[in-house]
Design a protein around this ligand. Structure first.
Ligand SMILES: [Zn+2]
Length: 282
């Protein structure tokens, strides 16, 4: 019998080794992917960003509530490049309660009050990245000004979204949520008044949009168990607060936490805020 050429044998052993290493590496990464997926969905949590104004004009307010359009653009670009997918609060609730699938790295972008600059400056940037968002509108300020803060002189006068702009945002796929009729501290007024603010704003927006309005934001983050109960009974599916943090499947859907993004934040601070509440990175 002809003996095997030692050179051929060496090549054979080398190839076999390569194959074994290849299978080993593949098995490990496949396993990792599976674990990452599971860990994200069960423990990592879902962030909800909170914005108010996106405006370059310093006369429209300080950099607490106002983010510069160039910074907002940078932030959206960051989310886009890091594989975030914008979803609505309804998507999040449907995922938690009905196992409706969510894209990887889901994030909810919200704007409170319904400033006109959300349409002028934020909307084109959101469109550029094919992102969606939720805008919580104060019904009695539509087409007018931010009377609830400007009258008390705690904020300069700001123009608010018009009916036409709200309809266009809705048609694009921006979720319109309710932020009451008059922006009161809901936990400080009577329960009857709170009920009117919560129910009437839902009805008014549903009439404007011709579809159910299912998400709510508590003005000034003011709420308590009674207010929460009214929001639930009114037929909303979810409500956001100004409490800082991210949300998990066992979070109270009527007391969702958010991550406040302020205009004075540096890029580094934005990244820090985005990541600080996540449970241990996978
Ligand atoms: Zn507000």
């Amino acid at each position: 019998m002809k003996s095997v050429n030692p050179e051929h044998r060496a090549v054979f052993i080398f190839l076999a080794l390569l194959l074994v290493i290849g299978i080993f590496i593949y098995a490990r990464t496949a396993g990792d992917h599976k674990t990452m997926y599971k860990q994200f969905y069960s423990t990592r949590g879902i962030p909800v960003l909170m914005y108010h104004k996106v405006n370059p004009d310093r006369k429209t307010g300080g950099l607490g509530l106002r983010v510069l359009p160039k910074d907002f653009d940078w932030q959206m670009d960051y989310l886009y490049k890091h594989g975030f997918h914008t979803v609505s609060l309804e998507d999040v609730i449907d995922y938690w309660h009905h196992k409706k699938p969510l894209p990887p790295n889901p994030i909810v972008i919200t704007f409170d009050d319904g400033y006109q600059d959300n349409y002028t400056y934020a909307f084109p940037i959101l469109k550029k990245y094919h992102f969606t968002a939720t805008i919580f509108v104060v019904v009695n300020s539509i087409g007018k000004t931010n009377f609830f803060d400007a009258d008390r002189k705690v904020q300069p006068v700001n123009k608010m979204l018009s009916l036409k702009q709200i309809k266009e945002l809705n048609a694009y796929g921006i979720t319109i949520g309710a932020h009451t009729m008059n922006h009161p501290h809901l936990a400080k007024i009577s329960l009857d008044q709170a009920r009117e603010e919560i129910i009437n704003s839902k009805k008014a927006l549903e009439k404007i949009l011709g579809k159910p309005v299912l998400v709510f934001s508590y003005p000034y983050g003011s709420y308590d168990k009674n207010v929460e109960k009214i929001v639930k009974e009114a037929g909303y599916k979810a409500a956001v607060t100004t409490r800082q943090g991210i949300n998990f499947p066992d979070s109270d859907p009527y007391a969702l936490k958010r991550i406040r993004i302020m205009g004075m934040y540096s890029h580094r601070k934005f990244i820090y805020e985005l990541n600080r509440y996540y449970k241990k990175r996978f």
